[in-house]
Design a protein around this ligand. Sequence first.
Ligand SMILES: Cc1cc2nc3c(=O)[nH]c(=O)nc-3n(C[C@H](O)[C@H](O)[C@H](O)COP(=O)(O)O)c2cc1C
Length: 227
Amino acid sequence: MNTAPPGTLPAQTVTTHLEIEPSILYFGTPVVLLSTENQDGSYNLAPISSAWALGRTVVIGLGREGQTAYNLGSRPDLVLSLPAPAQWPAVERLAPLTGRNPVPSGKAEGCRFEPDKFAAAGMTGESSDLVRPPRVSGCPIQLEARAERVQPDVRGDFVIVEAVVCKVHADSRIVVPGTDHIDPAAWSPLIYNFRHYFGLGPELGHSYRTQTPRNSGESALTDLAPD
Ligand SMILES: Cc1cc2nc3c(=O)[nH]c(=O)nc-3n(C[C@H](O)[C@H](O)[C@H](O)COP(=O)(O)O)c2cc1C
């Protein structure tokens, strides 16, 4: 009987690695919803998963033909809203939509223009404090930021954005009370894992560098519902 936790490979005495050519290398990163400003002053919303933080800078990878890349090339304000796992259906409603009209030829088959992606996803915006695009209501973490550098990637297919976060909003339910710490036991990102959606499993351990107070609630809010 396999008693390993879900997602753990069964024990083998000899491991075998195959040489494969997968079409994508999306090995499991959090989903981020990017709000940016369109040329006419309306706002675009796009899910991405190519994002990671280096201190206060978030590095983002964008298809160069998308509306988000186009917007950030001329209007640097953006918001990164991080949805909870329970919000994955709304994220997936955004998947076949672009704010670019006409739809660029390089977009995936079935992609269509949508001028109001907030409404199409069933999401609502709320005002940001320091930047023009709105935050996504109900997302437990919302980062107001400005794109400080926008440049092509080495092969010319993508745009690499370096965005500096200027304000952090966190749902009170994922903050260790009385501190500035996100409680890792309460917050679960929505993970995009080879184009499938997952939440986090239970905690396995922690880094020697953790600064989070330990007596926080243990409930992982993977079902955190929007307010
Ligand atoms: C979960 C998820 C993750 C995605 N990750 C990225 C990404 O990291 N970079 C990117 O350019 N597109 C990504 N996409 C695709 C874009 O959302 C898609 O191209 C969309 O049409 C972009 O909208 P826009 O053209 O209005 O900017 C992702 C889509 C989904 C559903």
